[in-house]
Design a protein around this ligand. Structure first.
Ligand code: SD4
Length: 317
C-alpha cells in the first residue's frame, strides 16, 4: 500500500506525478522530493519556491524540511536565498548525523559546494505584489500576510517507509531572518514509519507552540486515527491559544498513518489538501471547521476550474 497527502491544491500536479513513482516501487523519499520540487518550480504559487513572495526588504528567503520516518534522519534549511529547490537541500542534509539544519549564508555555502541549482527566486510578478502591498501599507506598520500556503507532504511507500517534507517562502512581508514552523522538526513536519506522519501550514509562530506535527504523530501512536489525532491536536492548540492570549493564528494539518488512512483538521475556511492512494485517483478535498469538527468533502469541478484561473490572472501595478 502506498499513499500521499499534501497541503493545498497547489500540490496536486506534483502529487499526481509522485504517486506514479510510488506505483513503480520508488521510495517515499523520492516521491516527496519530486512532488515538492514541482511546487517549488511553478512560478504562479506565491508562497513556495520560485515566485514566492519576499520579506519586507523584498528578498525571498526560503525554508524547507525533510524527515525519514524509518531512520529518523532529518534535514532542514532556513532563510536560504536564491536556490531553486530547498527541499532537495534539506533532503541532502538529512544524510548526515550532524549539521543537519543550516540557515542563511551557511546553508547557501553548503548548497553551492554541493552543486545545487542557483536561481534568482524573486519574479517580476512577486515584485508587483510587493510594491502593491507597500503602497497599501504606506501609512501603516508592515504586517505579515495572513494567507498561508506552505506545501507540506507525507508519503508512505510500499516498503512501509514514511517520509515528510515541507517547503515555503514563509509569510509575505516577514522580517529578514524570520523563520516559521516549516523547517522545524515536530513543528512543520514529523514522520515515524511505525506510526504515521503529519505536516502543518498556517501561522508558524503558533503552529510551533504546539509542536503540532509531532503531537499528531504522538496521538496516533497512542491509538487515535489520523483524523482524531489531527482534530484533537488542532482543537487543543486553538483553545489554549485563545484562552491564554485571546486569539489563535491559522492552524491547518494533514496526516497519514502506516496503513494509508488519512486525516485533516483546520481552524480556517476552505483549507484544501490532496490525497493520492494506491488504487484511487488523486483527490483534492476542501476542509472547513464546523464546531469542534472539520467537514471534509471533495472540491467541486467549479472550484477546481476557478483555482488555476485565479492563480495565473494577469496583475497590474
Ligand atoms: C510559516 N507556516 O512560515 C509557514 C507559513 C505558511 O505559506 O504556511 N505559509 O509560518
Amino acid at each position: 500500500m502506498w499513499a500521499m497527502i499534501a497541503t493545498w491544491r497547489m500540490a496536486l500536479e506534483g502529487v499526481s506525478e509522485a504517486g506514479k513513482l510510488l506505483q513503480e516501487g520508488k521510495s517515499s523519499g523520492e516521491a516527496i522530493e519530486h512532488a515538492i520540487r514541482c511546487v517549488e518550480d511553478f512560478p504562479y504559487y506565491k508562497s513556495v519556491g520560485y515566485g514566492g513572495l519576499p520579506n519586507e526588504e523584498m528578498v525571498v528567503e526560503l525554508d524547507a524540511g525533510y524527515m525519514d520516518g524509518s531512520t529518523m534522519a532529518m534535514g532542514a534549511v532556513a532563510g536560504i536565498k536564491d536556490f531553486a529547490n530547498p527541499i532537495s537541500i534539506a533532503k541532502d542534509l538529512s544524510k548526515d548525523t550532524v549539521n543537519c539544519v543550516l540557515v542563511a549564508e551557511g546553508a547557501e555555502k553548503y548548497a553551492s559546494k554541493k552543486g545545487f541549482e542557483r536561481k534568482t527566486m524573486l519574479t517580476d510578478r512577486a515584485k508587483i505584489h510587493y510594491r502593491k502591498r507597500i503602497k497599501l501599507l504606506k501609512e501603516e506598520e508592515l504586517k505579515p500576510y495572513d494567507g498561508h500556503d506552505t506545501v507540506g507532504e507525507v508519503a508512505l511507500d510500499s516498503q512501509g517507509k514514511i517520509v515528510a517534507g515541507t517547503s515555503t517562502s514563509g509569510l509575505f512581508m516577514k522580517k529578514a531572518g524570520r523563520i516559521g514552523d516549516s523547517p522545524i522538526v515536530g513543528g512543520g513536519f514529523y514522520a515515524d514509519s511505525e506510526v504515521g506522519g503529519a505536516t502543518a501550514t498556517g501561522l508558524g509562530e503558533d503552529l510551533m507552540k504546539g509542536c503540532i506535527s509531532y503531537e499528531i504523530v504522538r496521538k496516533m501512536k497512542e491509538g487515535l486515527s489520523p483524523q482524531e489525532a489531527c482534530q484533537k491536536t488542532v482543537n487543543e492548540l486553538d483553545a489554549k491559544l485563545k484562552k491564554s492570549r485571546g486569539f489563535a493564528g491559522d492552524l491547518s494539518v494533514v496526516a497519514i498513518d502506516k496503513d494509508g488512512n488519512f486525516g485533516c483538521a483546520t481552524n480556517i475556511k476552505n483549507f484544501s489538501f490532496v490525497v493520492y492512494r494506491q488504487g484511487e485517483e488523486p483527490i483534492v478535498y476542501l476542509a472547513n471547521p464546523v464546531g469542534n469538527q472539520t467537514e471534509i468533502y471533495p472540491a467541486s469541478q467549479e472550484w477546481m476550474d476557478n483555482y488555476m484561473k485565479e492563480r495565473i490572472v494577469p496583475i497590474e501595478e
